[in-house]
Design a protein around this ligand. Structure first.
Ligand SMILES: NC(=O)c1ccc[n+]([C@@H]2O[C@H](COP(=O)([O-])OP(=O)(O)OC[C@H]3O[C@@H](n4cnc5c(N)ncnc54)[C@H](OP(=O)(O)O)[C@@H]3O)[C@@H](O)[C@H]2O)c1
Length: 288
């Protein structure tokens, strides 16, 4: 396998961090997009110290600030002759809670990071990806297909990412640039801890949703719930595989829960899906 040049956003933890290690192991040259840039990335990837500036590079990427993308141009031109094979849009976080409790700036920021960030980064990097006949892998979520209560904004941001991915796949096909989605269910990363943000209004006495928001939060933080989540190395291995194989599918679903929700969204009539979702949330999540 020929060594590829691959940029992974959100490389500081979870799927992104594991994907960087896996890609390095497979001999690729990897640019780790990490908030905090090289200083933070060197601490995170201390195991790979010998690979710095040869196989491993870092950029300080903040998805809501497209000015930070500009450091990529000199890096790509000077180190890789303007060549980029794969962009993995992995960075993201979740805003949870009722729409009514979310501050407008919380909802906007959710879209800035999960949708506009990957959209603008892809736009910025297409002049490097096109001559390489490269590819874009967008890490979505099964909730990008199936929305559930109190996940509305996170889910909407991933739905938007999915629609853009699908459309872009056709737009870029004439240039031999492939575009695909990775659609995981629940995996044991830091997501449930550090990447979950809650609607700020839920803490106000006027909120009608405090109890339910706190129940959801407790559920995410329950150790047994975390133990039930799947091994994130499966996702990073899938990302590495999609970076290497000749043709990639539009959608790569991963995790039993993701497959179940995928079939529920695609095959079950809406009224059955609505009934099942409300029952699951009443009896399991909110335990009424
Ligand atoms: N874990 C799951 O069960 C699951 C399921 C479905 C989909 N996903 C998706 O998988 C992706 C990775 O999540 P993960 O599970 O690996 O969670 P994670 O371990 O919490 O990693 C999230 C990554 O995104 C980065 N990030 C967050 N906001 C950013 C911003 N504004 N600018 C740049 N980077 C930012 C974080 O960087 P910092 O360290 O600087 O905060 C971190 O590197 C996300 O898109 C998530 O929606 C996860």
């Amino acid at each position: 396998m020929q060594s590829k040049v691959i940029l992974v956003s959100g490389a500081s933890s979870g799927f992104g961090r594991l994907a960087v290690s896996e890609l390095l192991k497979r001999g690729h040259r990897v640019i780790a997009g990490v908030r905090g840039g090289e200083v933070r990335a060197k601490a995170i990837f201390s195991d790979h110290a010998a690979l710095w500036d040869k196989q491993l590079f870092a950029v300080d990427l903040h998805l809501e600030n497209s000015k930070t993308f500009e450091t990529l141009t000199p890096l790509l031109n000077e180190r890789f002759e303007g060549h980029l094979d794969v962009l993995v849009n992995n960075a993201g976080y979740g805003l949870f809670g009722s729409l009514e409790d979310q501050l407008p700036e919380q909802l906007r920021h959710q879209f800035d990071v999960n949708f506009f960030g990957p959209a603008f980064l892809t736009r910025y990097l297409l002049p490097f990806l096109r001559p390489a006949k490269g590819r874009v892998l967008n890490v979505s979520s099964i909730v990008g297909l199936y929305a559930v209560p109190f996940y509305g904004s996170y889910s909407a941001s991933k739905h938007a990412l999915e629609a853009m991915t699908e459309s872009l796949r056709f737009e870029l096909a004439p240039f031999d640039v492939q575009v695909g989605l990775i659609q995981p269910g629940g995996f044991k990363t830091d997501f449930a801890g550090r990447s979950c943000v809650y609607a700020k209004g839920a803490d106000l006495p006027s909120s009608l949703y405090t109890r339910r928001t706190h129940m959801l939060k407790r559920l995410f933080e329950t150790p047994s719930m975390r133990l039930a989540l799947a091994n994130p190395a499966r996702v990073s291995n899938l990302i590495a595989k999609r970076c290497e194989q000749a043709r990639i599918p539009m959608r790569s679903i991963i995790g039993l829960d993701a497959w179940l929700l995928h079939f529920a969204a695609r095959l079950i009539p809406d009224w059955v899906r609505v009934a099942l979702t409300s029952l699951a949330f009443k009896k399991v999540v909110f335990r009424e």
